[in-house]
Design a protein around this ligand. Structure first.
Ligand code: PLP
Length: 422
C-alpha cells in the first residue's frame, strides 16, 4: 500500500468520540467501542460545529462536487487523504406523484440509494471505512456479512487498493457471493452460522492485524451513513418533507440520517428536522419492541425475506431510538406480504425497483397512512436503500411468470384477446 507509512493529520473538526452509555469522551483515534462499556458502548464522533459553520455554508457548497464528500467538514476523514474514485452519495430525490396518489398522501419523494456504486446505501459507510483503514495504516480490511455491507466493502476496497477478507456463513446466497468474488475479495465460507462467521472474523482481525469493518459498532461508518441526512437537508431545503421513512436493521442508517439532519439544522441549512419513521419487518422487530416498551433491547429470532434487515441483535439501538424520539417520530413493523406488495407498487408507480429491505420503508409508509400515524395531508420522503436486482429470488415471489408463446401473430392475438376477456 502506497499510503501505509504516510502519517495523516487527524480530521480537522473532530473533537473526540463519546460513549452513548457512560458519556466518556475519548480523543480521536482507532477506538471502535468504549473500553469501559465493551461492545454495547457505541461511540459517537463529536465535532466543533462553531468552527464548521464558518467553512460549510450554502456558498462554499456551490462549487463542490455532487457526491457525499461535499460535506467533508462533517466527516471523520483527513484532509490530505486520496478519496475513492467511485461516485458515492448525492443519490437522486424523485417527486413521485403517481405513487403518492396510489398510497393516498399529498406529496411523496423517493431517494434512490440503489444508485450507489455497488447498488446499496452501504457504500456510504464502506467508503469511509476503507479510508479509516488506510489512515490507521492497515493494508487489509475484513467483515462478516452475506449482504450489502460485504459487497460494498469488496467494491470500495478494490477501488482504493486494499485487500479484503469477507467471512460468510454456510447459507449465503450464491449471487451475493459472486459479487464479492468479482471484486476480488477473499471469500471465506464458514461452515456454521452468521454468529460463527462474525466471531471468527473478529478473532482474525486481532490475530492478523486487519481492520474490522464491523457494521453495527464502528463509529466512523455511521458518519458515512449520515450523509444521506445531510443530502436530504440540502436537496429538499425549499420543501422539507414532514416525514423521512427508513428501513431499520442495526439502526445505523436511521440513527445516522437523524444525526445528519440535526447537524444541518444546527448549521442553519434547515429550520426544522423532519419526523423519522423507522420500519422493521415483523420477523425482525427487536428495535420496535424496545421503542414501544421503553426498555433495553431484547434480542429476537429473525424470520423475514428482507435479509438486509434480518437482525436479531441490533447493535446501534440506543442511537436509533434516541434520534427517532428526538424527531418526535415513530416505529412500526410490516409483514413480508406488505414488503412484496411495496416492491411492486414502488416499481410500478414510482419507477424504482428495490430489494425487500430497500422497499420496507415504502411498505411502512402505507401502513402508517392506514393506521393514521401519518395523515394524507402530510408529505414524506422514502429512502430506497438497495437495488432490486440484488435479490431476484424474492422479486420473483412478488410477480408472476412471463407469457410464453410461439413466434406467430396468431398466437399473440390469441393471448391478447384472452387477456382482455379475463
Ligand atoms: C443494511 C441495510 C439496511 C438497514 O441499515 P441498518 O444500519 O442495519 O439499520 C436497510 N436496507 C438495506 C438494503 C441495507 O443493506
Amino acid at each position: 500500500m502506497e499510503n501505509k507509512d504516510h502519517k495523516f493529520a487527524p480530521p480537522l473538526y473532530v473533537t473526540g468520540q463519546k460513549c452513548f452509555i457512560c458519556g466518556s469522551v475519548y480523543s480521536y483515534g482507532n477506538v471502535q467501542t468504549c473500553p469501559k462499556c465493551g461492545i454495547e458502548g457505541i461511540l459517537d464522533v463529536c465535532y466543533d460545529y462553531d468552527e464548521i459553520k464558518k467553512h460549510l455554508t450554502p456558498a462554499t457548497l456551490l462549487s463542490r462536487k455532487f457526491d457525499h464528500w461535499r460535506y467533508k467538514e462533517l466527516l471523520p476523514v483527513p484532509d490530505d487523504i486520496q478519496l475513492p474514485h467511485l461516485h458515492v452519495g448525492w443519490s437522486p430525490v424523485y417527486d413521485v406523484p403517481r405513487l403518492a396518489s396510489h398510497l393516498g398522501i399529498k406529496k411523496l419523494w423517493i431517494k434512490d440509494d440503489g444508485r450507489n456504486p455497488t447498488n446499496s446505501f452501504k457504500d456510504r459507510a464502506s467508503s469511509v471505512g476503507v479510508l479509516k483503514a488506510i489512515e490507521f495504516g492497515f493494508s487489509t480490511i475484513a467483515c462478516a456479512s452475506t449482504g450489502n455491507a460485504a459487497s460494498s466493502l469488496a467494491g470500495l476496497s478494490a477501488a482504493v487498493g486494499l485487500q479484503s477478507f469477507i467471512f460468510v456463513p454456510q447459507r449465503a446466497p450464491e449471487p451475493k457471493i459472486t459479487q464479492l468474488l468479482v471484486f476480488g475479495a477473499t471469500v471465506l465460507k464458514v461452515q456454521g452460522t452468521y454468529e460463527n462467521a462474525f466471531d471468527l472474523c473478529r478473532e482474525a482481525c486481532e490475530k492478523f492485524g486487519w481492520y474490522n469493518r464491523n457494521s453495527g459498532t464502528n463509529p466512523f461508518l455511521v458518519e458515512g451513513k449520515k450523509t444521506a441526512g445531510l443530502e436530504i437537508a440540502e436537496q429538499c431545503a425549499n420543501d422539507l418533507p414532514d416525514w423521512v421513512v427508513v428501513s431499520v436493521g442495526d439502526g445505523c442508517t436511521i440513527g445516522g440520517i437523524g444525526k445528519g439532519l440535526q447537524e444541518m439544522k444546527r448549521l442553519g441549512f434547515i429550520g426544522r428536522v423532519p419526523r423519522l419513521l423507522g420500519v422493521q419487518a415483523e420477523g425482525a422487530r427487536a428495535m420496535v419492541n424496545a421503542f414501544k416498551s421503553g426498555t433495553d433491547l431484547i434480542p429476537t429470532e429473525t424470520n423475514t425475506i428482507a435479509d438486509s434487515i434480518a437482525v436479531g441483535t441490533p447493535r446501534n439501538w440506543r442511537r436509533a431510538i434516541g434520534q427517532i424520539k428526538q424527531s418526535h417520530g415513530e416505529m412500526i413493523t410490516v409483514s413480508d406480504e406488505e414488503i412484496l406488495e411495496a416492491m411492486k407498487s414502488t416499481a410500478r408507480f414510482g419507477g424504482v425497483f428495490g430489494e425487500p429491505a430497500g422497499v420496507t420503508a415504502a411498505a411502512g409508509l402505507k401502513r402508517a397512512l392506514e393506521t393514521k400515524i401519518i395523515s394524507p395531508n402530510e408529505s414524506a420522503l422514502v429512502i430506497v436503500t438497495g437495488n432490486g436486482l440484488k435479490d431476484i429470488q424474492s422479486a420473483k415471489q412478488a410477480v408472476g411468470d412471463p407469457i410464453s408463446l410461439p413466434p406467430t401473430m396468431a398466437a399473440l392475438t390469441a393471448v391478447l384477446s384472452s387477456r382482455k376477456t379475463n
